[in-house]
Ligand binder design. Sequence first.
Ligand code: ATP
Ligand code: ZN
Length: 516
Amino acid sequence: MKKKKILFLFLILGLMSSAILMYDKYFPSQSLAVFRTGDRITVWVITIILFIYYITTETKPQLVPSVLSSEKETGRDKDKPDVSFKDVAGLEEIKEELQETIDFINNSYKYRRMGAKIPKGILFYGPPGTGKTLLAKAVAGETNSTFLYASGSEFVEKYVGVGAKRVRTLFEKAKKEAPSIIFIDEIDAIGTKRNLESNNEKDQTLNQLLVEMDGFNTNETVIVIGATNRIDLLDEALLRPGRFDRHIFVGNPNVRAREQILEVHTKNKPLDKSIDIQDIAKKTHGLSGAQLANIANEAAIITVRNNKNFIGIEEFNAAIERVLAGLEVKNPTVLHKEKKTVAIHEAGHALVSKVLETDMVQKVSIVPRGQALGYVLKFPDEERYLLTQTELLNKITGLLAGRAAEELVFKEITTGAKDDLNKATDIAREMVCSYGMTPLGQIAVEDHYISQNFNLIRVEIKKIIDDCYKKAYTILDENEKLLHDISNTLLEQETLTSDELDEIFKKYEKPLDYAT
Ligand SMILES: Nc1ncnc2c1ncn2[C@@H]1O[C@H](COP(=O)(O)OP(=O)(O)OP(=O)(O)O)[C@@H](O)[C@H]1O
Ligand SMILES: [Zn+2]
């Protein structure tokens, strides 16, 4: 494109020179005398050559990964997307977190003046269809940056070196068109742990990516956003400071966010007056943004088929059914019953963790995440190297509180505590075998001893677990109203922030100090 512009400029110059020549020829008395006679032929020839060259040159496609050029061809996803944060529904916390990055890009000079480095890499991780691509595009839109899309799988080719070359080209283009956002979807396709012995195509590609990320620095505003469903598979080197050092979990939406997403995707659709978006949001627990968008679209299609002018509730129900059937998830009525159990379970964790002040609770949620039907998100532990015996016991108590709450409320326990039991047992075993915190003595027990004295060790572990379980149960029993309040709010909102949790706690008398 640039080449053609320069050519055009020369052509204009040529034409101007020709004009001067013409003038000189027809008004020799007032000659401008810019050119000597000998130059005339040269000017004419050059102009004609330029003219022919100009009309025959096509804008040559640049050497970019096919993903990049195909992104261009679609037209809509031009290099500068017109997607903004307005188009991303819900995900408020994430948008807030990204504000800083946006400021970095928009006011990069401010940061450079201070000698601050602009962060290079952000990694979005989480289940499919939750808006990772959309968010990345919105960051580009909000900063008027060039958006370069690439999919990890596009880099992996049969021929060694091709992937690495594509990475290089991608970064070159990004630098040339800075400020820019490089978005690498499915980054796990190239970013999985390297095989130290072999030097295969994938590893070469990954190495090139690492080199590129280390290479560009303060003077170029290029931000790389990676997306993956499997952060656990990624090579450590990729996650190190200076590379993808910001990790943002993009999860499935809670009920309020689902409502907003449905609103975005029905904005341009004629809805029947009877439609209650809030109600549809409630019915679609656990679904992703992409699935909700799909439901809105299906409902519109079904309406056309039903020869109606407005999308009604039957159409929405049919659309929900179709999308759910495609997913083969359990039917929604079972889901509803489970939801109650999950709410009590998570409320149990949250209540006990908070009372014991073990880990700072950041968020409690009953929106499914991976295998888990709900979760309590803790603030990352500050670098703690020393934990007291009491702290370890409190951690175990917090872990067992989910099941204890189920038993207290439903007089029945479920399989939902599998992961908790694993973690609790791990800590207890460490207490016995590594930290010497039980009557077995202040010794580190070696593996062969463990297998020989399995029963002895098992008794100690069991005693720790039983005591902690009893404690969790007691705390919950003595604060049952609070437990139900947390659980009911969870059922209603699906997620609770730490502030919201504080608000609920404030309504009750301060729970006893169980911390020691
Ligand atoms: N929060 C949201 N607000 C509005 N629309 C959304 C949201 N989340 C998802 N969508 C819809 O779902 C579509 C797919 O989302 P997107 O491609 O961004 O998901 P993704 O997380 O990148 O998925 P994948 O991991 O499969 O690449 C979007 O184009 C949009 O229509
Ligand atoms: Zn649990």
